[in-house]
Design a protein around this ligand. Structure first.
Ligand SMILES: Nc1ncnc2c1ncn2[C@@H]1O[C@H](COP(=O)(O)OP(=O)(O)O)[C@@H](O)[C@H]1O
Ligand SMILES: [Mg+2]
Length: 410
């Protein structure tokens, strides 16, 4: 086991594609770090550079105490688990797991010992003599994990290892990977485009966009304090609603105008985030998480906390209702939100639009129906704010470290 450090690591492919841009990551010994971001943001390239499968164009890669930029893959002592687990169909589970050790001429008794240990960890002990074709998808994925485990590597590198499994199995294997990693305590870098997987697995999660690291933090920290619009919109499902508003002073608090309606921003929130005062009488990007809205009919909606609209769609999930409606405030259009729209499969954000679609998570006790007027109570203490041009989150105190760096370079 070892720490892994990327310092300014970059990759430019021979055709000129800049896939990874000066990536800084410090992964602690035994840590589970998840690298997440939309397809094409450079996750696989970053992982392959750590594995030694892709040449590093710039920067320094350290595994343990060794700089390994020029070390061939086989000497880096890391084990990679891929999306397509490529088992040898003619070999038994036992031989598939032990294959790498046989190549390395490890003694047969030692191989047997390690394979059986790994099989126990993975719940494969009864299947050691089977062929891959007689295994379920989840069991095959476990065999692929077994190959990595028996090598007792310094680090596991996993590239979307669960993306070929169906949804239910993915959840199950997710829990299993988490357990195994904790049991073995092996430093792990795990790549996925699925933000739920990222949040549930990672000790810390690193969010990338177009080859550039946006934020690396514990899952809850990412959710609660995203550094910019991209992270805010990428982490969370349904996504944070983003609207363009305008802030005006109002006693110790502020009044946030959203189209032809307004919300009162409590004084306590302004006290926590004094930088918001710089935005008074200016446009501001506002974020509202779906769970920070509720049907106002289910409780009292104080003045300045209620928005009105018409329910357009209700998705009843049993435990909650996803209620869709429109507010008369323009969408936030920045480079970040365009990238989010692309990732979500939308053709484009309509820049001229005067209104925005919003999704709220209501209690299933709500009686709202399609076409009905709806009053939506907003937890105004939990509003998110961003600079409408740069997209940077507006938080109290010093900006997060990497943001400071960007600012000083600018
Ligand atoms: N061998 C290659 N040559 C040129 N460009 C590549 C190569 N491999 C990947 N890319 C490009 O590099 C970028 C990052 O790709 P990749 O690391 O695979 O992203 P991800 O794994 O996040 O989907 C993409 O624009 C992709 O098209
Ligand atoms: Mg990839």
């Amino acid at each position: 086991m070892a720490k892994v450090r990327l310092a300014g690591v970059g990759k430019t492919y021979p055709d000129g594609t800049s896939a990874v841009n000066s990536l800084d990551l410090d992964i602690a010994d035994g840590e589970f770090l998840v690298l997440v971001g939309p397809s094409g943001c450079g996750k696989t390239t970053a992982l392959r550079m750590v594995a030694g499968l892709e040449e590093i164009s710039s920067g320094t890669l350290t595994i343990g105490d060794r700089v390994v930029n020029r070390t061939p893959a086989r000497d880096r002592d890391v084990a990679m688990v891929f999306q397509s687990y490529a088992l040898y169909p003619h070999l038994s589970v036992r031989d598939n797991i032990g294959f790498g050790l046989q190549l390395r001429k490890v003694a047969k008794s030692e191989i047997n010992k390690r394979v059986e240990e790994a099989a126990r960890t993975l719940g494969l002990s009864e299947h050691l003599d089977r062929k891959p074709r007689n295994l379920s998808g989840g069991q095959r994925q476990r065999v692929a994990m077994g190959r990595a485990i028996v090598r007792s590597p310094q680090a596991f590198l996993m590239d979307e290892p669960l993306s070929n499994l169906d949804a239910k199995l993915r959840v199950q294997m997710r829990a299993e990977i988490s357990r195994i990693q904790r049991d073995l305590g092996v430093t792990t870098i795990y790549v996925t485009h699925d933000q739920v997987e990222a949040m549930t697995l990672g000790d810390r999660v690193a969010v990338m966009k177009k080859g550039v690291l946006q934020q690396v933090a514990a899952p809850q920290e990412l959710y609660d304090r995203p550094v910019n619009l991209f992270v805010a919109g990428f982490i969370g499902s349904p996504a944070m609603n983003l609207l363009q508003g305008r802030l005006a002073a109002d006693g110790d608090g502020a009044r946030l105008t959203l189209g032809d309606q307004y919300l009162s921003v409590p004084a306590s929130l302004l006290a926590e985030r004094p930088r918001l005062r710089e935005y008074v009488n200016r446009d501001i990007a506002v974020g509202i998480r779906p769970e920070d809205m509720e049907d106002a009919e289910l409780g009292d909606g104080a003045e300045g906390t209620v928005l009105t609209s018409t329910t357009e769609l209700v998705e009843a999930l049993g435990s909650e209702l996803l209620v869709h409606f429109t507010l008369g405030a323009p969408p936030v259009v920045t480079e970040d939100t365009k990238e989010l729209a692309r990732d979500a499969g939308a053709d484009n954000l309509d820049e001229g639009k005067r209104s925005s679609g919003v999704i709220a998570r209501f209690s299933p006790r709500s009686r709202t129906t399609i076409g009905a007027d709806v009053r939506v109570r907003v937890d105004t203490g939990r509003l998110y704010f961003f600079d409408p041009v740069s997209g940077a989150g507006i938080w109290e105190g010093p900006a997060p470290a990497h943001q400071q760096k960007e600012e000083t370079h600018a």
